[in-house]
Design a protein around this ligand. Sequence first.
Ligand code: CMP
Length: 173
Amino acid sequence: MFVPNKSVNWILIAGIVGVVAIASFWLFKCKFCRGPKIERTLAIIKPDAVAAGNSGKIIDKIEQSGFKIVGMKKIDLTKEKAEVFYAVHKEKPFFNDLVQFMISGSVVVLILEKESAIQAWRDLMGATDPQKADNESLRKTFGTDLTKNAVHGSDSEESAKIEITKMFPDLMQ
Ligand code: CMP
């Protein structure tokens, strides 16, 4: 609001510019100067790895890689739960085989926490196809093929939230 007195106008303008500058600084700081981002991701040790007695070795790798295990349980998925969990792949030709495989034996589901946990867990897992995965990765070490690939991990922050809620409905994130 401008008043007839010119010096008051300048004080008002300087005040507005100052407030905008401080707000911009804090917005910028929030976006670019934040500390490391601690994330949570959902991990599954699949039926092939559990049946082969490899879950202990995989959990050991998880801990050695600096993940905090926030939740963990061994469960038998129902067909309905596996279908809902992998609903994004419903139209894919491998969907039925994937669901059948996921209910073929027990799985271990985990919530992992770490800085940039989603990408870090994906890196530790390796490529979806064990044949193409890096030598040190879990899928290269414990997986067999595209279906029996030992482990699963969320692929984004959004899917991590959805998947954690599906597997641990009783836990608040
Ligand atoms: P996962 O990380 O659990 O996410 C979806 C799963 O679908 C994937 O691991 C594989 O096990 C499986 N999958 C992905 N692509 C294929 C494919 N081309 N053929 C068979 N299974 C696949």
